[in-house]
Design a binder for this molecule. Structure first.
Ligand code: ADP
Ligand code: MG
Length: 236
């Protein structure tokens, strides 16, 4: 088992992020332009196939921009006490259709009474969705996804264990860097968003993976008031 603690300080600078994202958007744009240029000289029978590819590329741009906006949108500062179990259940519910579609069974082991966490529930949900989604995507032929919730050491922890493809150590060390993806239709932004959100909450993220066997991602949110002793930021 390879184990690495991944630090959230490794977040990209705005400049690095901009360059990578511009690059990610340029690829599908180039494809789109190429197909549009070909279209007039192509028999009508082939148009359906071209249009399908062009729509896929547009969808890809849409997904990239959606994830980018999550990072760039002015941060809502309404921190509030959050019941992490509720956030976990909501994240699972959002992914249910994809899990069913891929034959993934989601097993939950949620400790009944974890303390509230000072946080942004929608962001926390997004952070978890991105991790759970990767777990499902790591098992294209189905399997089990185990989601656990417990409290210890002043944190509320959520872990997500899949029985999927796993990752070598070198890849774990790249997680959270912008647009690193091994998936044909991946954006590589999911974990960038997750790391950013974990950092906003002064949380922890930990990845444990064995190639060919599976991966466990564990996220810890500090329980109770903000650990830096700051009061809640004023709401706008
Ligand atoms: P994306 O899912 O769009 O590729 P992410 O930022 O969510 O982008 O993930 C980046 C990469 O990290 C993935 O492409 C994959 O290679 C790797 N990865 C993340 N989670 C897992 C997992 N549970 N199992 C295997 N590989 C993973
Ligand atoms: Mg992902």
């Amino acid at each position: 088992t390879e184990e690495l603690l991944v630090k959230s300080e490794k977040l990209a600078t705005v400049g690095e992020l901009a360059v990578s994202i511009a690059h990610e958007i340029r690829n599908p744009l180039t494809t789109l332009k190429g197909f549009l240029q070909l279209l007039p000289g192509t028999p009508v029978e082939a148009h359906g196939q071209y249009v399908t590819i062009m729509l896929d590329e547009l969808t890809r741009i849409e997904i990239i921009l959606h994830e980018l906006l999550l990072l760039a949108r002015p941060q809502k500062t309404e921190y509030a006490p959050v019941d992490v179990a509720g956030v976990v259940r909501q994240a699972i519910a959002l992914l249910e259709p994809q899990a069913v579609h891929q034959g993934v069974r989601v097993m939950t082991h949620l400790s009944p009474a974890t303390p509230p966490v000072w946080g942004l529930p929608y962001r926390m949900e997004q952070a978890l969705v991105n991790v759970f989604k990767n777990g499902i995507e790591a098992m294209p032929d189905g399997g089990r996804l185990a989601i656990r919730l417990w409290a210890s050491g002043g944190h509320v922890w959520v872990s997500c264990t899949d029985e999927g493809v796993g990752m070598p150590k070198e890849r774990i060390s790249k997680l959270g860097e912008p647009v690193y993806s091994t998936k044909e239709k991946g954006t590589g932004l999911g974990l960038v968003v997750t790391y950013k959100i974990v950092e906003m909450h002064r949380g922890r993220i930990h990845v444990d993976s064995t190639p060919g066997r599976g991966t466990t991602v564990t996220i810890g949110f500090p329980a109770g008031p903000r650990p830096d002793g700051q009061p809640a930021p004023p709401s706008r």
